[in-house]
Design a binder for this molecule. Structure first.
Ligand SMILES: CC(C)(COP(=O)(O)OP(=O)(O)OC[C@H]1O[C@@H](n2cnc3c(N)ncnc32)[C@H](O)[C@@H]1OP(=O)(O)O)[C@@H](O)C(=O)NCCC(=O)NCCS
Length: 162
């Protein structure tokens, strides 16, 4: 089984929205409302047309099971990801690990980044532990309003050599 990251195409747009709208993904996101197709289409169009953003589909065997978003608009670049929680029923953790491995290889390989950071809710302890395992170090914690409620966000970051 070779996990791969491939650039998203417009035929991936609708499935990505269904993954993003899963209640478990919304619960750990920076906005938790259900994203409507119009809002998603607008974001998708802008993000896929932007050379500074890379939307990648994570696939195992022939099955698409997650999305990784690299955002190079700020320094350091950042990334975020979510999986097909429903489709991966009960097998999230191994898929998380393979996705994170693939994302790190892509970021510091073909994408040519030297540093990569990401925001995770402090309450999302599993993902923070996963980042640590892959060499991401906690750089800072800060409060962000998530749907009007202040929540602690953790910024984790790693470089090419960790
Ligand atoms: C889960 C996670 C990807 C959610 O991220 P998010 O809230 O969508 O935020 P992102 O940083 O990806 O999105 C950046 C912007 O694009 C918007 N956006 C992202 N996806 C969108 C979509 N499908 N439709 C419309 N807008 C979207 C966001 O609202 C945000 O807007 P802003 O910059 O104006 O605030 C992110 O919190 C994360 O990577 N967490 C750690 C990993 C994790 O827990 N993954 C889920 C486990 S399966």
């Amino acid at each position: 089984m070779t996990p791969v990251l491939r650039p998203a195409s417009d035929s991936d747009r609708d499935i990505v929205l269904s993954w993003r709208n899963h209640p478990d993904v919304r619960a750990v996101s920076l906005t938790t409302h259900e994203i409507l197709p119009e809002e998603h289409a607008k974001w998708w169009e802008a993000a896929t047309a932007d050379p500074q953003r890379h939307i990648m589909i994570f696939a195992e065997e022939t099955r698409d099971c997650g999305v990784v978003i690299f955002d190079l608009r700020e320094d350091p670049s950042s990334w975020s990801f979510y999986l097909d929680v429903e489709g991966l029923d009960g097998k999230l953790l191994p898929a998380w690990m393979r996705l994170e491995q693939a994302a790190v290889e892509y970021a510091f390989g073909p994408l040519g980044l030297t540093r990569l950071g990401g925001e995770t809710l402090a309450a999302n302890k599993q993902v923070i532990a996963l980042h640590r395992r892959f060499g991401f170090l906690e750089k800072r914690r800060y409060e962000r309003l998530i749907d009007g409620v202040p929540q602690t966000v953790v910024w984790t970051e790693r470089g090419t050599d960790q």
